[in-house]
Design a protein around this ligand. Sequence first.
Ligand code: AVJ
Length: 319
Amino acid sequence: MSPFQISRTLPEDATDAALRADVLRGLTTTPKTLPPKWFYDARGSELFERITELPEYYPTRAEREILVDRAGDIARAADARTLVELGSGSSEKTRLLLDALTGLHTYVPVDVSESALAQAGHALIAERPGLDVHALIADFTKEVALPGTPGPRLLAFLGGTIGNLLPSERAVFLGSLRALLSPGDTLLLGTDLVKDEETLVRAYDDAAGVTALFNKNVLAVVNRELGADFDPGAFDHVALWDARNEWIEMRLRSRAEQTVKIPALGLAVDFAPGEELRTEVSAKFREDGVRAELAAAGLELTHWWTDGAGRFALSLSTV
Ligand code: AVJ
């Protein structure tokens, strides 16, 4: 069999139906919300790549530092024959893991973007002859059925993306990850950590304004996909720290009273001056909280690694 396979569990039209449902629900409730997953069209993904290079946005560099320092420890503890990576994107940080996992047989990148999977998969099999790559086009927040590959499996969910789920959604999600694991398998989870408010807010409100463009890009996505007439210039980017929930929120604040038409939904949405639309929650974690959330899902935290400055953590857990 070819060392590169790609399979789809996501119907071609699922994205469109899900976007319609999310926009309808999010813009007809108070306060208004849009789920962060709709940031990531081609332009949004490119803007996110630029965010990861900003001086203020530390999580990507902090996580890479941990992987550089600890890939050997992770590989020894997991001893995996299959690496599954959720939300793999370009699989860039994954190379550090792949190089350390010497007994690896199969790599299973899972992403909604077929183009990212195809590109990353072909590059990898060229670099690592002997490695099977079985890419999966799937929305990892929904059902994921893993291919029958040899165990032990290491399931990696990096980047701190788990913080984009609300606590109740995280509980469901961690439970579904637990269900993918058998005895001997492990979960490697990336979590951004609670720190001083100034550092956090700057990471989401950078001086160059790239995060503001990224935030407003969701309006361009709704315009293109649903024929809406959002004027991105009529909204201000807002990033704030919610100390009670220990999460960053990104919002778009309407600069004036305005009505936005969304023809594909037969909807007209009124915004009051100063009204805010929540576009992202990015939760920050503490070791005890991560341990407790994993335990509630039937997972036991066995390793906790942070970067030197203690900004970000990778945890390893077992069933
Ligand atoms: C990659 C989803 C974890 O929440 O920090 C970056 C996305 N949002 N700047 C995050 C993001 C604003 C990022 N995640």
